[in-house]
Structures are given as C-alpha cells and as structure tokens.
Design a protein around this ligand. Structure first.
Ligand code: A4P
Ligand code: MG
Length: 167
C-alpha cells in the first residue's frame, strides 16, 4: 500500500463541482484518507487566466505510480480537460505531488512533482493533511511552505465536499 498526495486544480467551469466529483472518482482508485481545505489561488505561470480552486487529497492505493497517473488522466478527460497550452486554463488538473517511498525521476513521471516545492497552491493544502510529505530532496512540505510567501491563496472552506453552490 502506498500513500500518494494528489493535487487537484480547476479554473474553468463549475470549479468546485469538478473538484468535488474528482475526490469521489479518485477514491475509487484506492481510498482517500484525507482531504485538505479548499483554497482560491492566483494563477501561477501561463497566460492571463481566471483564479483557481485548489485542494490536495491523500490517497492510499495498491496501484503502481504509472497506473495511477493513467487513471488520473482518464478522470481529467472525463471532465472535458483539453491540453491546448502548457499551464493554460483547465476544468480539472490532477497531479501526483508526493508519495512515500523512493522518488521517481523519469521523463513521463516525476515524484515529487518538480514544481511542488515552489507553489503555495500545492503546499498550503498539502500541509493541512501531510506536512511531512517529501516535496524535494530532504525537503518536507512544511519546510518548503515557510519559504514560499509571495503567492496569494485564500482558504475558502475547511469542509467543502457536501452539496453547496459553487463559490
Ligand atoms: N508528469 C510528470 N510527472 C507528473 C506528476 N507527478 N503528476 C507529466 C502528474 N503529471 C506528471 O502535465 C504534463 C505532463 O506531466 C503529463 O503528461 C505527465 O505525464 P499536464 O497535466 O498534461 O499539463 P500541465 O498540468 O499544464 O503541466 P504541468 O507542467 O504539470 O503544470 P503544473 O506545473 O502542474 O502547472 N496556478 C494555480 N493557482 N493553481 C494551479 O492549479 N496549475 C498549473 C499547472 C499552473 N498554474 C496554476 C495551477
Ligand atoms: Mg498536470
């Protein structure tokens, strides 16, 4: 059994609804053990685009990392995700940001995610649920978060999976 941190992001369509449904879909790949608070975050990189909603979940799963990534891509596709532009707007992005066990450094898959340690929209929710997760060589999420202070993130709700309207 492996513990994975999966980051969820959306800045197109019914953002909260995409994330809420994605949590249920990810749960089918194993068991979602923790869900972070929900954050509204300023877009980092790419073109001028709308603000994101971001969250992180901890998934415990028997899947191999590559099989998990393929399953996450299927979920993204089912949410109408298109890949027109790197760092462009998206209905749903699912990234594996950290896992327990050895790091993976391959062209198609890197864990920890290579940009996780510099992104507050990942670190803030990750620290809600797994502050000791490794996001770099000897670097925990909590230590990385202490350094990244320049990106705006607003904590919207601690509990956000129930059926409420989109913010
Ligand atoms: N890939 C390699 N490692 C991983 C991994 N650990 N998890 C490969 C997921 N994918 C991984 O990703 C490109 C390729 O990365 C995939 O084919 C996969 O094999 P993608 O999802 O197709 O495209 P992307 O998400 O645009 O690229 P990338 O480089 O992962 O983007 P980032 O760095 O995740 O940035 N601002 C805010 N506020 N909130 C956001 O959520 N997201 C992004 C995307 C930019 N700015 C943002 C946000
Ligand atoms: Mg991605």
């Amino acid at each position: 059994m492996t513990r994975f941190a999966i980051a969820l992001g959306s800045n197109q369509g019914a953002r909260r609804d995409h994330l809420r449904r994605a949590v249920a879909e990810v749960d089918r790949l194993g068991s979602v053990e923790e869900v972070s608070a929900l954050y509204e975050t300023e877009p980092i990189g790419g073109p001028a685009q709308a603000p994101y909603l971001n969250a992180v979940v901890v998934l415990e799963s028997m899947s191999q990392p590559r099989d998990l990534l393929a399953a996450l891509h299927q979920i993204e596709a089912a949410h109408g995700r298109t890949r027109d532009m790197r760092w462009g707007p998206r209905t749903l992005d699912l990234d594996i940001v950290a896992m327990d066990g050895d790091p993976i450094r391959a062209p198609d898959l890197e864990i920890p995610h290579p940009r996780a340690a510099e992104r507050r929209f990942v670190l803030e929710p990750l620290c809600d649920i797994w502050p000791d997760a490794m996001v770099g060589d000897g670097l925990t999420a909590a230590a990385a978060k202490a350094v990244v202070t320049d990106q705006e993130v607003v904590r919207l709700a601690a509990s956000w999976l129930e059926d409420e309207p989109d913010p």
